[in-house]
Write a protein that binds this ligand. Structure first.
Ligand code: PLP
Length: 300
């Protein structure tokens, strides 16, 4: 597997980081994940803008390769040399504040940020999208800058593991009695016929898929309300779904052991999934999603 590290393309086995890298020592860095379909990167500009915003917020000087053009070239070479131009893949990028003797304050001027990029084959699990998944709720113990895509993901890791241990697909964070998002996806619900999601403020990641879903919902003329869903309204939810780069639209049909709506993916969720598929793959695939059979079988 060929990867990119600090200006070099090299085999993953020979790619090494300093033990002083601030990504390793402090989680001092940001990352981004793009979806790639047959060599075409999905929503490249939006992901890039979010990355730039994160770098600015952390005061990390972006090295020269962190430009749209250069990243496009890096992605193209990694996809091509790893034989991933034919199917689906993800392009991962991580930028840290670089390697320097451990101090809490920033390293000396001129310390080069670390830039790492890799690609991976990705096969979207269609069954989870079509049949839906179980989830659990957990307290949102994260910091107050969840809008930044930093590599500090420990609360997300612990919560997702808790979900896995409970036989669920994901965990949904609750902060101050309001649903924020899941461990690695945005969250949407349908309550009283209205599509609800947390506002894009400091308590959630401004998901790119979230933006696409909101555009699709507007196109469909759905009523939208960007106000968080109170935990007390969970029992009244008609539909609930995850939205993310590697999650697409994944319906949640059971939360903490209780059915959401009829316990099967709802009509709004399915039409938004069809719309997302159309944006990802084109019209034919979208039709297949609408026609797909559904029943109560729940996968993790
Ligand atoms: C915490 C969190 N929220 C939301 C998302 C969804 O964001 P996107 O649609 O840009 O993938 C992610 C994706 O990794 C995430 O980690």
């Amino acid at each position: 597997m060929l990867v990119y590290l600090n200006g070099q393309f090299l085999s993953k086995d020979t790619a090494h980081l300093s033990v002083d890298d601030r990504g390793f020592v402090f989680g001092d860095g940001v990352y981004e994940v793009w979806r790639v379909i047959r060599g075409r990167v999905f929503e490249p500009d939006r992901h890039f803008s979010r990355l730039q915003r994160g770098l600015r917020a952390l005061h990390i000087d972006a090295p020269v390769e962190v430009s749209m053009e250069r990243l496009g070239e890096i992605a193209a070479r990694l996809l091509s040399e790893n034989d991933l131009l034919g199917g689906e893949a993800t392009f991962y990028l991580q930028v840290t504040r670089g390697a320097a003797p451990r101090t809490h304050y920033f390293p000396p001027e001129g310390t080069r940020a670390t830039v790492y990029a890799s690609v991976k084959a990705f096969v979207p699990p269609e069954e989870t999208r079509v049949r839906g998944v179980r989830a659990i709720t957990v307290p949102d113990t994260r910091w107050l800058r969840c809008d930044l895509k930093t590599v500090q993901l420990l609360p997300n890791v612990l919560a997702n593991q808790q979900a896995r241990a409970a036989g669920a697909f994901d965990a949904i964070f609750i902060r101050d009695d309001l649903i924020t998002e899941s461990t690695h996806a945005s969250l949407f619900g349908v309550l009283d016929g209205v599509l609800r999601t947390h506002p894009a403020n400091h308590l959630v990641l401004p998901g790119i898929t979230r933006e696409v879903i909101l555009e699709l919902a507007r196109d469909l003329g759905l009523p939208i309300d960007e106000h968080a869903i109170p935990a007390r309204d969970i029992a009244r939810l008609e539909e609930l779904f995850l939205a993310g780069t590697t999650t697409d639209v994944t319906p949640i049909v059971q939360l903490d052991g209780v059915h959401i709506g009829d316990g099967v993916p709802g009509a709004i969720t399915r039409s938004l999934y069809a719309g997302l598929k159309e944006r990802l793959y084109g019209r034919e695939a979208a039709r297949a999603a609408i026609d797909a059979p559904r029943n109560g079988v729940v996968t993790r």
